[in-house]
Write a protein of this length. Structure first.
Length: 253
């Protein structure tokens, strides 16, 4: 995202003598990303991966005691603070650890994600799905997300049973909000899938998804399903990105 933003700023300002304050902040962020030290990247990657798995804010103590980082708690606190200053992490509560921001998830996906390869058994199971709805149900069972599918102008949802077990849905307000946005996606499916244009798949994380679903705490993965139709993976921003992208890559090829 920042690489794209950086290029856009250069193009936009190649004939101008002034750069907006917003552009300057983006340029500063891009430069910070380039010089991020290897240890900082490793810490950040660990924070995102552990948060995706467990939905618990990550503290310096957890990094030292549970993940075995060879640094003092004070050093790790400083690293986390720097990542927070860069806009990649935030503290949901004053006394809590850190969680990824939209920018943090995007940097993780673009630069640090360990790409997952589906097993042969998984590929065979997906290939043996005889109907579009069977494929949709299987995708939902392998993901922490609702999967909306469009085939022959009919929209169907799958995956609520799996997703509702996730910690975010322990809050009734979050559940109500999520269900309302699923209904909006259902009603506007044709318009939403138009964001794919000529791409096979497209990922919108947090703030990027706000113009589609009206809130920045969700993630959308839009994907073709070969010649059968389209799918939308919809979940809280704490999506298993490696698994989602691996599944999307398989079904689009």
């Amino acid at each position: 995202m920042f690489r794209r933003a950086f290029g856009a700023i250069l193009l936009r300002n190649c004939d101008d003598s002034k750069i907006s304050s917003l552009d300057l902040r983006v340029l500063k962020r891009y430069n910070e990303l380039r010089i991020m030290e290897t240890r900082t990247q490793e810490i950040f990657k660990a924070v995102v991966e552990e948060y995706i798995k467990h939905s618990q804010p990550i503290s310096s103590g957890f990094l030292a005691e549970e993940l075995g980082f060879d640094a003092s708690p004070a050093t790790l606190r400083n690293e986390l603070f720097e990542l927070e200053e860069m806009g990649f992490l935030e503290k949901p509560h004053i006394s809590a650890g850190r969680v990824p921001t939209s920018s943090g998830y995007r940097f993780f996906v673009d630069n640090l994600l360990t790409h997952e390869v589906l097993s042969q058994l998984e590929k065979e199971a997906l290939a043996h799905c005889k109907t579009f709805s069977q494929l949709q149900d299987m995708l939902a069972s392998k993901m922490r997300s609702v999967v909306l599918g469009l085939q022959n102008q009919e929209v169907r949802e799958a995956g609520f049973t799996h997703l509702l077990r996730e910690p975010e849905f322990g809050e009734n307000d979050f559940l109500v909000d999520f269900m309302e946005r699923v209904e909006r996606l259902r009603e506007d499916f044709d318009e939403v899938i138009g964001f794919l244009e000529f791409k096979q798949s497209e990922l919108y994380i947090g703030q990027e998804a706000k113009h589609i679903v009206g809130d920045d705490k969700y993630t959308l993965l839009l994907t073709h399903a070969g010649e059968q139709g389209f799918f939308i993976f919809f979940s809280p921003a704490r999506m298993d990105y490696a698994r989602a992208l691996a599944l999307a890559e398989y079904i689009t090829h």
